[in-house]
Design a protein around this ligand. Structure first.
Ligand code: SAM
Length: 399
């Protein structure tokens, strides 16, 4: 269909990413801001080879799950994709997307392996970290998020996802002439919040003398460098830790290997369950140093390698396999091919794979299946409510 064409449709489903999908004269059309079952008039905004994009002209019938977005930036800001749906429905949509994606990719597992999704609360005000960007246009300073057009920076007075203490700090800074004057073109300002430390913020990179933050977790208090990774949703992160502790208690491993360890969150969870022999591998030197500190306070038998998780996997000898539980929590690109090869060639038989990307997780799941691993349990954790993203906690065994 040509750009500008108006059409009538009913939304069939909601794709990964949050756009509604309709079929018009056999053609797939993506409509942001719509929900399954909604009837509407749309207008084509972009034509692609196999699909089109469209915008809403007007609704005929709306979903009973539709709610007021409650944010003036919704639709323009790429962060939130589900502020127009109730939270329980958003979580159910994400579970459907996951299962559809697994099926389309050809990954099969026993239906009883798929658990009910977990929706941490609160669904707003949960983010302990936000990054705002500075853009100067004709002497005017814009300080906020980069919008969906990837060009405009819109002033953000209040982000509904951010911890309220971050929003309060931001409101104060907006009235501070000295702070506003210090913002240069292209400058990023990061805000982080912990219950222990309150709000800290820094321009571009954290200052070297900024002390480690203290994060409260079900595995106890952890020290985390300001610039290093930590779970952004405390309730969601706590759920992952509790799940991992349950797994450790059930399997009773004598050794836990925590790859992509950050500041040692899962290694510390294993230590809290009584495991003393722990190896953690992390490529960010500052996070690895914190993991060393956090683990040393819990067990005398922990080793932390500041390096590549794939290299660590290659070094695992056969003697490491028995009674060892491996946990991997890679970034969005999932396990590197070499790391996956080393894992499937190893004799390791117990694996927890935590992922923030269903696409790379599914790709890796297929490879794990070919390598003799069976999915024992898969749980979607709606770690990033109102956005397109979610987390997966999966447990694997070799029979
Ligand atoms: C999703 S985070 C998980 C961190 C930790 N498990 C947690 O929950 O706090 C992924 C971590 O992997 C680290 N990382 C990225 N690539 C890596 C690699 N090739 N080898 C080891 N660590 C890596 C990142 O620095 C980051 O700390």
């Amino acid at each position: 269909m040509r750009t500008g064409t108006e059409f009538q449709c009913e939304i069939e489903t909601c794709a990964l990413g949050g756009d509604g999908i309709a079929r018009v004269d056999g053609e797939v059309v993506f409509l942001p801001g719509t929900l399954p079952g909604e009837k509407l008039i749309g207008r084509i905004t972009a034509e692609k080879k196999n699909f089109s994009r469209a915008e809403i002209v007007r609704f005929g019938a709306t979903s009973p799950h539709r709610v007021e977005p409650g944010c003036p930036y919704f639709g323009r800001c790429p962060g939130c994709r589900y502020l127009h749906a109730d939270y329980a429905y958003e979580t159910a949509l994400k579970q459907r997307q996951l299962l559809d994606h697994m099926k389309a990719a050809g990954f099969e597992c026993a239906p009883e392996a798929v658990a009910e999704p977990f929706a941490p609360k609160p669904e707003l005000g949960y983010r302990n970290k936000i990054v705002l960007h500075t853009h100067k246009v004709k002497g005017e300073t814009f300080f906020g998020y980069v919008m969906a057009d990837n060009t405009t920076v819109t002033d953000i007075a209040n982000c509904p996802l951010a911890n309220p203490a971050i929003n309060a700090e931001l409101a104060g800074l907006r009235g501070d002439k000295g702070f506003l004057h210090s913002l240069h073109e292209g400058m990023d300002v990061t805000f982080r919040h912990t219950e222990h430390d309150g709000v800290k913020f820094w321009r571009n990179a954290p200052a070297k003398n900024l002390t480690w933050l203290r994060e409260e977790t079900p595995a106890g208090t952890l020290s985390v460098p300001c610039g290093s990774f930590f779970q952004v949703n405390p309730a969601g992160g706590a759920h992952l830790v509790k799940r991992f502790m349950e797994t450790v208690k059930r399997l009773e491993p004598s050794r836990v290997i925590d790859l992509y360890a950050g500041a040692g969150l899962f290694g510390c969870a294993a230590a809290a369950c009584g495991v003393s022999d722990i190896l953690a591998v992390e490529s960010d030197a500052a996070a690895a140093e914190a993991a060393r500190f956090n683990l040393a306070r819990r067990t005398a038998n922990a080793r932390v390698a500041a390096g590549d998780a794939g290299d660590a996997l290659k070094e695992l000898g056969r003697e490491d396999a028995a009674h060892t539980l491996l946990i991997v929590d890679p970034p969005r690109n999932g396990l590197a091919f070499a790391a996956m090869q080393a894992l499937t060639r190893s004799t390791l038989g117990q694996l927890v794979y935590v992922s923030c990307n269903p696409a790379t997780w599914t790709r890796d799941a297929i490879r794990l299946g070919k390598g003799g691993f069976r999915l024992r349990r898969l749980e979607l954790v709606n770690m990033f409510p109102r956005t397109e993203h979610f987390e997966l906690f999966s447990e694997w065994v070799r029979d």
